[in-house]
Design a protein around this ligand. Structure first.
Ligand code: NAP
Length: 500
């Protein structure tokens, strides 16, 4: 933001193989010696440590990520909230104190007459470690949304944050390790180069990656994944959509809800959210009105130094990201016209020659069918494109041209007929999205936001979004457990009974 050096990051000379072995052997054993309930308590204790150091994290976030206080909160408080939710969910899990941690998976199925010999599926924590390779835009939430279910499952964690924003992740890990709330070796961090990380993975380890589709493709080809069957989860880029249903009119409640949400999604964290709305589809008769209304909202977005109270939108994470947004925008402009361009306004308290600020820009194109890049190019900044549609079938087909996205939001009016149309479209789009967020006037003040990832709901998406699944409440534990069938006599299987 100010162009000054903050910290130095270097992973040179680390004994990765030795460190990983320590995490598996010491950290894994220490975590598995606890019950699910005890591990859930540790998550609550982590949340308290983070809460106690919150002010420092906000300072680091402003200095390093260039985010306003509200945008830092999405990352920092979002993490604390997620830990709290998993602490509560974990407290409901049954434990069998005299057996290793396990979860029952369905009922026993008879394999012999009368059930004297039967098959019971169980889920047991994997005996490896969980390596997280994370993106730069969520140095806090990106760690804890993964670590909460991993630690609850009893699996030790190694996190490798993106170098550009590793500082906040490192500080949090240091604080939690120093507070002694976790067993030794349960939480580990590597800052700096990723070289050698995947080579150090072994068959029972799991890898959870968040970042670009390009890096994801490299990881999928690595021998750890391709030959040693390391289980991998990928959260990649996504060209998410918002869709205003038929029946809305200029200024109607659903219309206003879409306008407000699009402007918010474009500007929150300067558009650097993997779930942010990139494409906006409205009925063709509402194209002009929507362009005007979204533009009017964006015009109120003051851009500049996040330390200045008058600023609503801070900087992008780096000058490199600024160039990437400028390049991506120039590409999209080849297929779209400018509907709103905030780049004429001066930045507040920020030197354009040094800062990584970028004003919001709304692009538009009426003929969405013939566009190519608009449907497949993720510009990771405050940029979105408005497009028109004729009927719902065409609108759904256009949304699907994102080839698999994290989130899609639908905006409709209240009423039985509208609800039926929304439910049908939600199910149609569920096949190509990890989450469909349906907004109607009756939930205007209640809904959790298009781009906010709630720990209770699934996060991930098929196709270009990476094909991954995270969160979704206790479903998140599946990734860190191995499913196995135990075939045995009824008397052995009755011993597999966890108690609440
Ligand atoms: P990136 O360049 O792919 O980097 C992601 C992480 O991978 C960083 O920690 C990076 O380390 C590391 N990395 C780079 N090359 C690697 C390699 N050869 N082997 C192992 N690790 C490697 O992505 P980014 O620019 O940080 O993040 C932006 C992208 O992430 C956007 O496309 C966004 O949509 C996506 N994203 C997705 C989600 C989601 O949940 N789906 C969430 C947030 C962001 P270094 O920093 O040290 O290079």
């Amino acid at each position: 933001m100010l162009g000054n050096e903050l910290v130095r990051v270097d992973a040179a000379g680390l004994d990765l193989a030795g460190g990983f072995a320590h995490a598996r052997r010491v950290g894994g054993a220490g975590l598995r010696a606890l019950t699910y309930g005890q591990r859930a308590e540790r998550l609550g204790a982590i949340a308290k440590v983070l809460q106690a150091n919150r002010d420092t994290y906000y300072e680091i976030s402003t200095a390093n990520s260039g985010t306003t206080k509200a945008d830092s909160g999405v990352d920092i408080d979002g993490a604390i909230y997620t830990l709290g939710v998993f602490a509560k969910l974990g407290a409901t899990l049954p434990d069998a104190p005299f057996l290793p941690s396990f979860l029952l998976d369905g009922d026993a199925t008879a394999l012999a007459k009368g059930g004297a010999f039967a098959s019971q599926h169980v889920q047991v924590p994997t005996r490896g470690l969980a390596l997280f390779i994370n993106a730069f835009n969520f140095p806090s939430w990106g760690l804890w949304e993964k670590a909460a279910p991993a630690l609850l499952a009893g699996v030790p964690v190694v996190v490798k944050p993106a170098t550009a924003t590793a500082w906040l992740t490192q500080r949090m890990v240091r604080d939690v390790v120093e507070a002694g709330v976790l067993p030794e070796g349960a939480l580990n961090i590597v800052c700096g180069s990723s070289a050698g990380l995947l080579d150090a993975l072994q068959p029972f380890d799991v890898l959870s990656f968040t970042g670009s589709a390009h890096t994801a493709a490299l990881l999928r080809r690595h021998p750890a994944v391709a030959e040693r069957s390391v289980r991998v989860n990928i959260e990649a880029d996504s060209v998410n959509s918002a869709l205003l249903m038929l029946g809305a009119t200029p200024g109607s409640p659903a219309f206003e809800l879409l306008v407000k949400e699009v402007a918010r999604e474009m500007t929150q964290k300067s558009g650097q959210k993997c779930t942010a709305i990139r494409r906006v589809f409205v009925p063709e008769s509402l194209y002009d009105a929507a362009a005007e209304a979204i533009g009017a909202r964006l015009a109120k977005t003051t851009v500049g130094n996040p330390r200045n109270e008058a600023v609503r939108m801070g900087a992008l994470v780096s000058r490199e990201q600024l160039r990437s947004v400028q390049d991506g925008l120039a590409q999209l402009q080849g297929e779209a016209q400018l509907l709103f361009d905030g780049r004429g306004a001066a930045f507040i308290d920020a030197d354009p020659a040094v800062a990584a600020c970028h004003a919001p820009v709304l692009l538009g194109r009426r003929d969405a069918d013939s566009a190519e890049l608009l449907h497949c190019t993720e510009v990771f900044g405050p940029v979105a494109t408005l497009m028109a549609y004729r009927d719902l079938a065409q609108a759904e087909a256009l949304v699907e041209r994102g080839e698999g996205s994290l989130a899609c939001s639908l905006y409709g009016e209240d009423g039985t007929e509208a609800a039926a149309a929304l439910a049908g479209t939600a199910l149609n789009l569920a096949a190509s999205h990890g989450r469909v967020h349906v907004i109607t006037p009756d939930v205007a003040a209640l809904h959790s936001g298009h781009g906010n990832v709630m720990p209770q709901s699934l996060h991930g998406g098929p196709g270009r979004a990476g094909g991954g699944e995270e969160l979704g409440g206790l479903r998140a534990l599946n990734f860190y457990h191995r499913r196995a069938a135990v075939q045995a006599s009824a008397s052995v299987l009755t011993r597999l009974t966890p108690v609440a």
